[in-house]
Design a binder for this molecule. Sequence first.
Ligand code: PNW
Length: 483
Amino acid sequence: MPDSSSVSFPPDFLWGSATSSYQIEGAVREDGRTPSIWDTFSHTPGKTHNGEHGDVAVDHYHRYRDDVALMADLGLNTYRFSVAWPRVQPTGRGPAVQKGLDFYRRLVDELLDKGIAPAVTLYHWDLPQELEDAGGWPARETAYRFAEYAAIVGEALGDRVERWITLNEPWCSAFLGYSSGVHAPGRTDGELALRAAHTLNLAHGLGASALRSVMPARNTVAVALNSHVVRTVSDDPRDLAAAQRIDDLANGIFHGPMLHGAYPETLFPATASVTDWSFVEEGDLKLIHQPLDALGLNYYTPALVGHAGTAPQDGPASDAHGTGDFSPWPGAEDVVFHQTPGEQTAMGWTVDATGLYDLLMRYHREAPGLPLYITENGAAYDDQVDEDGQVRDQERVSYLHSHLSTVRRAMADGADVRGYYLWSLLDNFEWAYGYSKRFGMVHVDYETQKRTPKASALWYSKAARSGTLAEPVVEPAAAPPVD
Ligand code: PNW
């Protein structure tokens, strides 16, 4: 390993952070916004930690100016945020609400004014509730509604925003939303989840072409996938087959149609007990297979899988990939997720930077020539506010250092990585975990909404400004005075 003083990035590398609308905005009833599936879900007893919801979140809707100023102070040159569909089209159909669009216009202007390049995600999980009531993602119609919404936002912001992302992590929308039910809308039906995956693919394709039809040609269109890094617990053929099935259900089901115009052949027999796939219509794969300008990859932790038949009866199983009452893996209930060895974050996710290297090299091969972005990477820790008000999050600094070093190593080995978006700018509403998990490089006091950059923000800021990685060391807190 080279020492970190030699880890330097190209001068045009993008250093950013990422957020999503429902996780930070609050103001859920303002300016014509209507409920999304996450408003409904989080207000349903038992669905989120302590019944927490995004009604106020970190009040970004009212504090966006300060938040942009904070990013500028940190020296970041890009910011990935998402547009709330129910602010723009409250019923999921029909004409746009200007006040909703105006918020994003103001945000974008503020960013551009500070020299921060905006990257817009159109869908980060807040589907208008009315569209869910009409069938949600399992219903084909939702893809056409998404394309209409994409055209509205593309037309409103396309003159100022160059970087566009259709969907964030369609795997979570489909399989956590409709199969395991731990995310909104909380359905637990594997066939619905596979239908949802197909509609999301269609939405991506139709949305990408809708964007292109209304935007200047210089703008770029991408998707952000939470591609799973799937490792096999042994070379036993049963374990290898299990890993193949998870790879198909996690990755190939999306990148197959999007990048290659086809579902993986092995996906159909593996899910035959769940669906006959008759919802895939002639011509769909062509609609999904649209040219892309870049690929966004979200990475947190790898998965270690094997077949139930090879697993020790009392061996440690991992819940990081959603076992629990209902599986997010339709047709693969006999696959076992093992605990990946190593230190874990507050999510119980093992810290493993080599997974990020493997992911980048895989897509470097899978999509030759396609520029790659890390659209999310980061970690939740039980951050402590010291007596002097500082948050010395040594673990997050180490996490960022190891993962960014790995990104640089993949670049040296040929991966065309153009930028990195740290998840997240601010502590925020972590979905089913509510406010109990803090991913921010900036601490938020949820009582006062006070923002305090953690040591990781200062470390990352140095990296962004210098294009090099400093040693991952945080100054210890001063010893309390002895009296
Ligand atoms: C992603 N899983 O969510 C999302 O894009 C963010 O909104 C979120 O805050 C972040 O990662 C941290 O969780 C995921 O169970 C949620 O595999 C769950 C899973 C993966 C990603």
